[in-house]
Design a protein around this ligand. Structure first.
Ligand code: LLP
Length: 453
């Protein structure tokens, strides 16, 4: 595949006969069967995007020295599980937080993806889905000792350590367990990424990572610690970034950290992890040109003997998922037209929390309804409960179905039971098959775990 891959991609939810489809299945049919609100995922799209990234970030010249990079937490008593990933091929570690549904994780596991996790719960899911521990990296500023123990026992590929104190706790725990914990320091490169302030993580005042100077000190401590081993270097600068430049600036910073560790400490790192954050096309703008980024990353890494890891979440699942919602009422006031839907901030919080802009289209288009500027709002008792504001939309009738696009990432996973609303069902369409990936919650799910039930 060449640079035309993205433009050659088929739309994940094409319109046929006026009706949106996922594969062979009409969204109307799926909504009728599974009710609304409903998340629908296109599995073919997810796998296609995984392969796009693998191709895009591969160094096709193949001139990377064949150093064998072996990582994985090992206990002295158990058989080490060697992970050999020298390779001009990148490891795509799917960022589980974007959509942790087991059906999606299994699909990605079968397609060869690893995982980027941030909690014990995500580790549990990734392992349950069959993602091998030696392809799992663990980030996050607040890993607990219990989570670290679980990850060491599982034999994960690496801990992305975010502070000196965390390193100390990890080293003590690994020593106590008779294990050696693989470590990559997460560097804060002090790069400003052009994205929403809540999803920006690479500037110096963000809570994530440590400065290059502190990273160097931490590698010194790792080198001297019998229960720690330095295996890589990590950076992640934010999410939904459409410009390649900040990624390259961040990469330059971490490569300098790796060079200095080699030069001054004799520490040979096996990988560089560039994080995730690759922007997709949504209702607000274009996608990141991953091909341009991939080429430049491959050029910078050439000849260094470092494996590349990337941690995409949204890029893999974002536009592969939609939220189907039914129109309950159309409410006109003197100043506004509200389209009230059965989904709101409880199903998709991105519009109200991040100003996320998702395209919204009718599931069935008849070409006759007059287009009006509307607010699409949910039933939740909050003025901040909306899916879109001041949006041109063919004015729907009650009962009509709307499709909220680019909802596969940070959609269901951030859904809540606020207002005691049961969370929706999720279905995965892959090839000819439709799988119920999560059944709709019932009222008794809402009180499960409450002793006074
Ligand atoms: N790696 C790390 C360490 C991360 O923290 C994240 C996302 C990713 C990778 C994946 O980023 P992605 O490729 O999906 O952009 N809820 C927000 C996004 C939060 C992202 C959190 N970290 C939203 O809905 O925009």
């Amino acid at each position: 595949m060449g640079t035309g891959v993205l433009t050659a991609e088929a739309p994940p939810f094409p319109r046929r006969g006026g009706v949106l489809h996922c594969g062979a299945h009409s969204l109307e049919g799926l909504a009728e069967q599974h009710k609304t609100p409903l998340y629908v995922y296109n599995g073919n799209r997810i796998v296609e995007r995984l392969h796009t990234l693998e191709e895009t970030f591969a160094d096709r010249r193949g001139d990377v020295p064949g150093s064998t990079f072996i990582s994985a937490a090992t206990t002295r008593t158990s058989t080490p599980s060697p992970f050999q990933h020298p390779s001009p091929d990148p490891l795509v570690a799917y960022s589980v937080k974007a959509n942790p549904n087991l059906a999606i994780l299994r699909l990605l596991a079968r397609a060869g993806a690893g995982a980027d996790i941030v909690s014990g719960g995500e580790l549990y899911r990734a392992l349950r889905a069959g993602i091998p521990a030696h392809r799992i990296v663990f980030a996050g500023v607040g890993k607990s000792r219990d989570e670290m123990r679980y990850a060491i026992e599982a034999g994960i590929m690496s801990f992305h350590v975010e502070s000196a104190q965390e390193l100390e706790v990890l080293g003590a725990l690994a020593a106590e367990m008779g294990a050696v914990a693989p470590v990559a320091v997460r560097v804060n490169p002090d790069v400003r990424s052009p994205t929403h302030e809540f999803t920006r993580t690479g500037h110096a005042t963000a809570k994530f990572g440590v400065s290059p100077r502190e990273a160097h000190d931490m590698y010194r401590r790792v080198a001297a610690h019998p229960a720690l081993r330095a295996v890589g270097v990590d950076v992640h600068i934010g999410s939904q970034i459409r410009d390649p430049a900040p990624f390259l600036r961040a990469l330059d910073v971490v490569l300098a950290v790796a060079d200095r560790a080699r030069r001054e400490l004799g520490v040979e790192l096996g990988y560089v992890d560039l994080g995730g954050g690759f922007g997709i096309s949504d209702g607000a703008g274009d996608a990141l040109d991953v091909h341009a980024l991939g080429r430049q990353v491959a050029t910078r890494l050439r000849g260094r003997g470092l494996t590349l890891i990337i941690e995409p979440g949204r890029f893999l699942v974002g536009d592969a998922g939609v939220l189907i919602t039914q129109v309950l009422y159309v409410k006109k006031s003197d100043k506004k037209t509200f389209v009230v839907t059965d989904a709101g901030m409880t199903e998709l919080i991105r519009p109200s929390h991040y100003g996320g802009v998702h395209s919204v289209t009718p599931v069935r288009e008849n070409g006759q309804d007059p287009v009006e500027l509307v607010d699409i709002v949910g039933p939740v008792c909050e003025q901040g409960d909306f899916l879109a504001r001041d949006r041109p939309l063919p004015l729907p009738r009650p009962g009509a179905l709307l499709c909220v696009h680019q909802a596969g990432a940070y959609g269901f996973t951030m859904a809540s039971n606020y207002n005691s609303r049961p969370r929706p069902a999720e279905v995965l369409v892959h090839g000819d098959h439709v799988t119920l990936a999560r059944r709709r919650e019932r009222f008794d799910d809402l009180i499960r775990g409450e002793p006074h039930a």
